[in-house]
Ligand binder design. Structure first.
Ligand SMILES: Cc1cc2nc3c(=O)[nH]c(=O)nc-3n(C[C@H](O)[C@H](O)[C@H](O)COP(=O)(O)O)c2cc1C
Length: 440
């Protein structure tokens, strides 16, 4: 069988474009209306996407009065989607820095049971500086410490998910034996950050454990992904860096003794689609015209750990010296490198940079016809840049519908995408093996 693409749909506000919430074509529903998310998930399932994904930040953005940046807590939303869909996989973000492993392990095990094996966890260490103020107020945890804690967190949650053997539950009314005592073990974890006795208070979940997704891109982040991730999200503004990332991460996975085919790399793609390229570009300009440069400036500042960009003029070409050294940034380090590379390559002004970032926050944006979008996807897929895509429609639901109705059929005709779901779990859709059980 030919290698198939994997497609995830990334939910975000009324679309990934920063001004999507103001565009007259986007959904009129409130961002706190669960039916909005259920509706998008059903549309994605009808189009045979592998999965949907909800991101999360643990603090309110400072620009909420000018930007629609509110949402529902992702794990809770997955519960609603789990009972409103049948086949599509579902990924929620949760933080290793600000959650206890026992809580997280049982929440995702519950979603995996409730969805009959369709749950996944986007592992984040929470880069946003303001999140720290909501959890004890002791200041931001450094990049290195977040990953050190994250590493131990993974040891604990994996052990918890593995603490029940697949055949532990007998549920035998006749003998009175509910579960086999020798098939459920404590984990007795004693580490630098966590003391967890276990076992989990719930039987092993259908997928053994949820699918593990990660999006770290710094050196430490890539190592972490190579050890733990089964799907990796990544942001690139050009194919060349996506290829570099793809080759590097697959090599790291191999170095960690894992099979590179068991780790899917899904770069973000935000396509504006129309019948002609000119019309797609007109639409992109129309949405761009709704953006607010001051919102963009604040977001840029957040990306760089609160660095002040207020003195920079909008229409003078930027220099890499206008930015702090990415190595000193405690936030999302890799995205800062993406941004500085863009400035270096394009000789961009601040206005141009903000306009680009408004499209999809540093992910690849493209305006074109369905054929052009499909060609681009096939090119990245065949040229060693992607195993599939994290699809980020700039406008919801309009550009999701255009993608589903116009781009997916082209990919299907060319044999790159499924026409029906072939399995029932997210591991089936992604082609991932079940994790082995310690009980053999
Ligand atoms: C598609 C995508 C989604 C992400 N979602 C979240 C998220 O929901 N919450 C979060 O705190 N970070 C999120 N991140 C940030 C990553 O977890 C990570 O911190 C970032 O890519 C920087 O990597 P680094 O920490 O290795 O520098 C996301 C990144 C990408 C590419």
């Amino acid at each position: 069988m030919t290698r198939r693409m994997h497609l995830n749909l990334f939910f975000h506000s009324r679309g990934h474009h920063e001004a999507s919430w103001r565009h007259p074509g986007t959904s009129p529903r409130a961002l706190t209306d669960v039916d909005y998310y259920i509706d998008l998930a059903r549309r994605a399932e009808a189009a045979k996407f592998d999965s949907i994904f909800l991101a999360d930040q643990l603090a309110l953005g400072g620009d909420v009065h000018q930007a629609a940046r509110t949402w529902l807590e992702p794990v809770t939303v997955l519960a609603a989607i789990a009972v409103s869909t049948q086949r599509i996989g579902m990924i929620a973000t949760a933080s290793t820095t600000y959650t206890e492993p026992f809580n997280l392990a049982r929440q995702f095990a519950s979603i995996d049971h409730m969805s009959h094996g369709r749950a996944a966890w986007n592992i984040v260490t929470s880069w946003l500086a303001t999140a720290a103020a909501n959890f004890g107020g002791s200041g931001q945890v450094s990049h290195a410490d977040r990953y050190a804690r994250g590493e131990e967190f993974m040891t604990v949650v994996k052990a918890l998910w593995d603490s029940w053997s697949p055949d532990a539950v007998l549920d035998d009314r006749a003998t009175g034996e509910y579960a086999r005592a020798d098939r459920i073990r404590p984990i007795n974890h004693r580490g630098d950050f966590y003391q967890v006795e276990g076992p989990l208070n719930m039987p092993r979940c259908p997928q053994g454990r949820p699918v593990l997704v990660q999006a770290g891109s710094s050196d430490t982040g890539r190592r972490f992904a190579a050890r733990h991730a089964e799907a990796v999200f990544t942001a690139h503004m050009e194919k060349a860096t996506a290829k570099e990332f793809y080759a590097d991460l697959k090599a790291l996975v191999q170095e960690e003794g894992r099979n590179p085919r068991q780790v899917l790399i899904l770069p973000g793609l935000s396509p504006m689609i129309a019948g002609t390229e000119a019309e797609a570009q007109r639409l992109a300009r129309e949405v761009n015209d709704l953006t607010d440069t001051e919102v963009g400036r604040k977001r840029l500042s957040n990306r760089f750990g609160g660095h002040d960009f207020s003195h920079l003029p909008l229409d003078v070409p930027l220099s890499p010296d206008d930015f702090p050294d990415p190595g000193s940034v405690q936030a999302a380090r890799s995205r800062t490198e993406v941004i500085i590379n863009y400035v270096r390559r394009e000789n961009a002004t601040l206005r141009q940079l903000l306009s680009y970032l408004a499209g999809a926050r540093g992910h690849f944006t493209y305006a074109g016809t369905p054929e052009q979008v499909a060609d681009l996807m096939v090119d990245w897929f065949e040229d060693g840049a992607a195993d599939g895509f994290n699809v980020m429609p700039p406008l919801y639901p309009q550009m999701l519908d255009a993608f589903a109705a116009e781009v997916i059929p082209i990919l299907q005709r060319r044999g790159y995408f499924r026409t029906e779901y072939e399995g029932t779990t997210l591991r089936d859709h992604y082609g991932l093996e079940l994790p082995p059980s310690q009980y053999g």
